[in-house]
Design a protein around this ligand. Structure first.
Ligand code: SF4
Ligand code: SF4
Length: 281
């Protein structure tokens, strides 16, 4: 029984590695980018827990959700099961995390006490929740979780995390993109890191004025250009635009020219995504 549980853990880990390699292969279609991995990985916990959470915490409800997830699967599970955060009951990912964590706990307890029925039930529950989370790397919110960690570690503007205002042109081997592969790979990871929270959409003066630009849709257009087979974006479109444009097979020139480069979207984005760099490119 213990062997079965260990096998499950290895299978899920292999699934995560497989999905990570698949995503990395799509980012490798982009151009090279200078990344200080040692510094980026060392800074990842602070970037995630301080910088990202600082923006997330601008909304109290979102901050509680973030703390529940970042604080650990068991803590989050207990909170959800106790119904302390009723607003989260409809979030599928939290129930999958709860199933994975509760199943793992039940399986461990069963194996420890030699109770095979609870152990088997726990393995089944953990397998169901874990497998759905692994599949979600390709099609759901777990893609953001994986891509978000890589994006924060290999961010194209690391000086932002030191409080600097960063808006100069990024170094590039050539300016302007003709295909999605012309972006540096860490920019592609940034597009995959979008959680579709809509804060950039709310902050954008061009969108508020009814211009043909929605920064959230812009980032999703770029992610769709990278993953044409992924589930299609179902959020608000660019106002007045009902069909994809010719730029990268997704965007219209009017959308790009509607951007004032004010960077309100960049400041509002909890994933530190660089919309303006994408528009300029
Ligand atoms: S604010 Fe950032 S994470 Fe949220 S929808 Fe916009 S680009 Fe995506
Ligand atoms: S920089 Fe462009 S996309 Fe971002 S908020 Fe300003 S106008 Fe909107």
């Amino acid at each position: 029984m213990a062997g079965l549980f260990v096998l499950l853990a290895w299978l899920l880990l292999a699934g995560v590695v497989g999905q990570a390699l698949r995503l990395a292969a799509s980012w490798r279609r982009g151009g090279p980018a200078p990344v200080n991995w040692a510094r980026g990985l060392a800074a990842l916990p602070r970037r995630y827990l301080v910088d990202v959470h600082g923006v997330v915490a601008l909304r109290a409800a979102a901050a509680r959700m973030h703390q529940a997830i970042a604080g650990g699967l068991l803590g989050g599970t207990a909170l959800v099961l106790l119904g302390i955060l009723p607003a989260l009951r409809g979030a599928e990912m939290l129930w999958l995390l709860a199933a994975y964590a509760a199943g793992g706990f039940l399986a461990s307890l069963g194996i420890l006490l030699g109770l095979w029925l609870p152990a088997l039930a726990g393995i089944g529950l953990a397998a169901w929740g874990g497998a759905r989370l692994v599949v979600g790397i390709a099609t759901g919110p777990m893609r953001h979780a994986l891509a978000g960690a890589v994006h924060l570690a290999a961010h194209p503007r690391p000086e932002r995390f030191a409080g600097a205002t960063a808006s100069g042109l990024l170094p590039a081997q050539k300016f302007g993109v003709a295909t999605i592969s012309d972006f540096a790979w860490n920019r592609l990871a940034g597009f995959d890191a979008c959680i579709q929270c809509g804060r950039c959409e709310e902050a954008c003066p061009a969108f508020a004025a009814g211009q043909k630009l929605n920064p959230k849709a812009l980032i999703q257009d770029l992610a769709t250009a990278l993953h044409p087979d992924a589930p299609s974006y179902a959020g608000s479109p660019h106002p007045g635009m009902s069909s994809p444009g010719p730029v990268l097979g997704r965007l219209h020139a009017e959308t790009l020219f509607a951007c004032t480069t004010c960077r309100a979207c960049v400041s509002a984005c909890p994933m530190m995504i660089e919309h303006v760099d994408a528009v300029i490119d």
